[in-house]
Design a protein around this ligand. Structure first.
Ligand code: SAH
Ligand code: SF4
Length: 336
């Protein structure tokens, strides 16, 4: 798929062609310009030649709850993207913002696979196109309700392309997805948090914390050395002050590493503000660590709640669904 010349080509046409082309592309989800009968034949041929709409993809997992696909771009680089089909009928798409990830978190399959390159905004949006088309084929009424930038890579290390992609999804003339349906997760890149706070687009922010103390966090997430927790918390609180929006702290529960009572107590001291929300995530074993037991997660949660901290927990029914995010090994196929 390559839309880079689309505007340029349409500019040589009467103005209304833009609207027709956009309608076909973003709403009708056509896969070839040849099918867009409202456009003149010569234009359709030119568009198919210069702005091809086909997506190179391979569905790697397909179940009622989760579908995973590998999308390959023109230079042969691939990323994984996930569709989560929730019980209540909602659909969430998880997109990658980089091929691989340079941050090397100890518990993450993407991190272990290393970094290949940043994706362009168009390549990020292409993942959305893929699922929008697929849902369109699967069920007439089905649509995508939410998009999470939680696939491979660190969105804030590719900020400009990430935000351009988010704005394309939000654009009323394109996918028209409300900003509140969009969420981004960061390993804690402070510059990105600051930039997002200054954006008009009011999307949701999640911060991967995973440990309440820098000594442990640095072991799990080497980027913690660059952005220690106090610096990170200050950036988050500035974000909250500026946007009035709540921030979700992701906390992957790893057996005997970060799931103890003392960890809960330290975490409580960090989560003092009403707009701080903790999301406990069952760890999906990628080799190194073990997941915390459900009893341990329950005890951790209750401790936080007793101290007045807002907590959500990914349901075990969603284990493989949510695990899809953060478990993507990219072109090397599905890990595990
Ligand atoms: N790089 C960003 C976004 C992608 S990862 C970030 O780190 O926030 C999305 C989420 O999946 C992060 O919270 C990440 O910590 C989590 N994750 C990574 N590996 C995981 C695993 N094996 N099990 C559960 N969650 C994992
Ligand atoms: Fe990169 Fe996020 Fe995985 Fe860490 S958890 S290696 S930041 S994708």
């Amino acid at each position: 798929m390559d839309l880079s010349k689309l505007s340029q080509i349409l500019q040589t046409e009467p103005k209304f062609r833009f609207k027709q082309a956009y309608q076909a592309l973003y709403q009708d989800l056509v896969e070839r310009w040849a099918d867009v009968s409202v456009l003149p034949l010569a234009l359709r041929e030119r568009l198919d030649e210069e702005c091809p709409l086909d997506i190179k993809s391979e569905l790697s997992v397909s179940s009622k709850k989760t579908e995973k696909a590998l999308i390959t771009f023109d230079d042969g680089v691939s990323v994984e993207t996930v569709l989560m089909r929730h019980r209540d009928g909602r659909n969430t798409v998880c997109v990658s913002s980089q091929a691989g990830c340079p941050l090397g978190c100890a518990f993450c399959a993407t991190g272990a696979a290393g970094f290949t390159r940043n994706l362009s905004a168009e390549e990020i949006v292409e993942q959305y196109f893929f699922w929008a088309r697929r849902l369109n084929h699967l069920e007439e009424e089905a649509k995508i309700d939410n998009v999470v930038f939680m696939g491979m890579g660190e969105p804030f290390l590719n900020y400009d392309e990430f935000i351009k992609a988010a704005k394309t999804l939000n654009d009323p003339e394109k996918f028209n997805l409300g900003a509140r349906r969009l969420s981004v997760s960061t390993a804690g890149i402070v510059e990105g948090i600051k930039k997002l706070a200054a954006e008009k687009i009011q999307m949701n922010l999640a911060v991967s914390l995973h440990a309440p103390l820098d000594s442990l966090r640095e072991q799990l997430m080497p980027i913690g050395k660059k952005y220690p927790i106090p610096v990170l918390m200050r950036a988050v609180d500035d974000y909250i002050r500026k946007t009035g929006r709540r921030v979700m702290f992701e906390y992957v529960m790893i057996k005997n590493i970060n799931d103890g009572e003392d960890d809960a107590v330290t975490l409580i001291n960090l989560m003092k503000k009403p707009l701080h929300l903790v999301n406990l995530i069952p760890y999906n074993a990628t080799g190194k660590f073990q997941p915390s037991s459900p009893a341990r997660i329950k005890a951790f949660r209750e401790k936080l709640e007793a101290a007045g901290v807002a907590v959500t927990e990914r349901l075990s029914q969603g284990r493989d669904i949510d695990g899809a995010c953060g478990q993507l090994a990219g072109g090397k196929g599905v890990n595990k």
